[in-house]
Design a protein around this ligand. Sequence first.
Ligand code: NDP
Length: 286
Amino acid sequence: MVSPFILMEGAPVRDRIYADLAPRIAAASAAGHVPTLATLVVGDDPASLSYVRGKVNAAEKLGIASIQEHLPSDAGEARIRHVIDEWNHADGIDGILVQLPLPSGYDTAGVQQTVRADKDVDGFHPANMGALALKGFSPMFVSCTPAGVMEMLAFYGIDPAGARAVVLGRSNIVGMPMALLLTKADATVTIAHSRTGSLPELCRQADILVVAIGKPRFVTASMVKEGAVVVDVGINRVDDRLVGDVAFDDVRSVAAALTPVPKGVGPLTVAMLMHNVVVAAERKAG
Ligand code: NDP
């Protein structure tokens, strides 16, 4: 499909997204409103705290304002909904992010639905997910990681139209919206999951293989068609190192294009979040 081998790194794609956003943020700020992101963390999960720090740092560097609320894990759903409700009604807040996962026992889907769809910069609200699935509708926001993958493909000159795509994983956050985006881009898409049979054969049919299952080095060269484009969304910690869901060195020998982990899709999730906040602010300003 593409040759020679392309190492699809995230940094140049992220830099291009930020270069596009910078003048838009400056223009909004000069017009009197600094785009503003509100983030809510519940509990003390170190990974969640680190992800939120990364998002807040990226916002600060770009000139996006951020408001943060950190609640204890036993805060209770009423308090969480109260915070979100205040933000829903706050004119100065453009985007609301509830860092997942919530501690066990919380109704994650219910909390996500509390966020106003036009401030849902994570793209998780059913109204936004539904609009992504329906022909003739446009979501206000698209989930950041799969949206970042689409930016990645475009940046490296990979057009999904007419391609056979396989998405490994069907989560609300990555797999499902990824499959919908590829379908909208005219790929013929198969979604695979933990109950899918004959997975290696299925994966070998893919011109574009997107892997988001959370299983370290699960996809090996024998599961990849010669010349395929392979996008590794997985982030797994193994022996204090971050590794993807794809066995990188092995798959590199057959793939035409492949993302590394880290430094592949990862930076694009935050970049697309920043993009969504700016879009929300611009929309509000009319
Ligand atoms: P989830 O755990 O929510 O979903 C995993 C999906 O993988 C499920 O659909 C599951 O199937 C499927 N699956 C699990 N095992 C297998 C298997 N052996 N064969 C086929 N399918 C399988 O994970 P997420 O979607 O949230 O995340 C996936 C990975 O992506 C993780 O490593 C995560 O850390 C990473 N990630 C990276 C981001 C980034 O910024 N780069 C952002 C978000 C996630 P079933 O539905 O049947 O259970």
